[in-house]
Design a protein around this ligand. Sequence first.
Ligand SMILES: [Zn+2]
Length: 135
Amino acid sequence: MPVQAIDTLTPCPCGNADGYPRCCGPLHEGLAADTAERLMRSRYSAYVLKREDYLLATWHASTRPATLKLAAQQPAPTWLGLDVRHFEAEGDSAVVEFVARLRYGGGKAQRMHEISRFVREDGRWYYLDGSFRED
Ligand SMILES: [Zn+2]
């Protein structure tokens, strides 16, 4: 399991200095995220760790793809960091705006600026969809 493979002294892949076992790790093991921002951060970490199972499980059934084929992605992305810009929740819906930095293969670092929508059902937050922003 990836939990054991990660050094507890290093920040969580989402950037939290508390480290993976105190941040995104428990969510990846099944704990419900208390806010959509936490879910969004854990999904970013899941991209870093190629936890496709988690990404699909936290994707709302109405918009969920059948597969992400993360392992087969070529060139594979290297995730460089996450910056949550804005978070807004009202009842069972939420919006998170973030910038993720990544690089494909040996290419230049690029920014992915997205506004994601989330919904809560039966106490769990799910990713619904996202729209990209040009910077
Ligand atoms: Zn984290």
